[in-house]
Design a protein around this ligand. Sequence first.
Ligand code: PEP
Ligand code: MN
Length: 333
Amino acid sequence: MVILLKKNPEKSQLENLIKWLESRNIEIHYSEGRTRTILGLVGDTSLVDIDLLLALDIVEDVKRITEPYKNANRQFHPEDLVIDIQGVKVGGGHFLMIAGPCSIESQEQLLEVAESVKKSGANMLRGGAFKPRTSPYAFQGLREQGLKILLDVKKAVDIPVVTEIMDISQLPLFEEVDVIQVGARNMQNFELLKELGRMPKPVLLKRGLSATLQELLMSAEYIMSGGNENVILCERGIRTFETATRNTLDLSAVPMLKELSHLPVIVDPSHATGISKLVKPMALAAVACGADGLIIEVHNDPAHALCDGPQSLTPRAFDELNQNIQQILPYAY
Ligand code: PEP
Ligand code: MN
């Protein structure tokens, strides 16, 4: 349920209303926007009498929220959420450009890629240390050693970093990681999501291979209901009958998610297409339809990459792409 307040509500009346609701075990989310102030109610609101609320001087309107996600619902927070990651902002008009290799392979490799993508305009570095591979015989990532390299390069290049967690037991290793990525395969690992909800660190939540937008938002809700509101949603392609591309990039998810939720939405055209040639057109399309950012795989030697070489851009191709993005950003939806 959402209570829309009149402009400049009388303070003592507002406090009384909040106290009264809280005494009924209802959690209040207070959201003061530029144009209006909203109270979002979470809990059993079935016994709250809407007519009684409407009769109050300070109340403009009351609406019941039918969606099962509340914290992630735009009706609770009409304004876009802006997440600050060590001074790098995403959402509400701030564009996040994440670039880097699929996997961290060595100090030299990550440093070279990090320096070049930063020069080209990336404001966050990606790199996997724990890799969810389809085959148990494939390279699984450098794990702890990979994380150490990532944190060294973060310091050397002065750029915030994002990397994927696969299990709760790995959490202590992620203390200095700026954004924790929950991969597509873990989108519904609810115990992991609950644990991430208990800390203030931003989470990059990727859409599951066959997850609906409502399921993605319910996973965000798991994190947010624990108190961590800093969730970035990521469309990374879904499984369809099409086999020409690795996945099918569902770009309509971007404006739809932004309609349903106030959370920032970014797009991963690398995993969505699986083909480096398609990364640029789909990245530009994602920007055009209103994405708040991109996450792109870049490798200094894609032909010899240990993981996802065919979808990785060279540093030079990434530089060109970034210049094109800057040209269309002002016209984005
Ligand atoms: C990744 O970003 O490295 C990755 C494995 O992506 P996804 O979870 O979207 O497949
Ligand atoms: Mn990859």
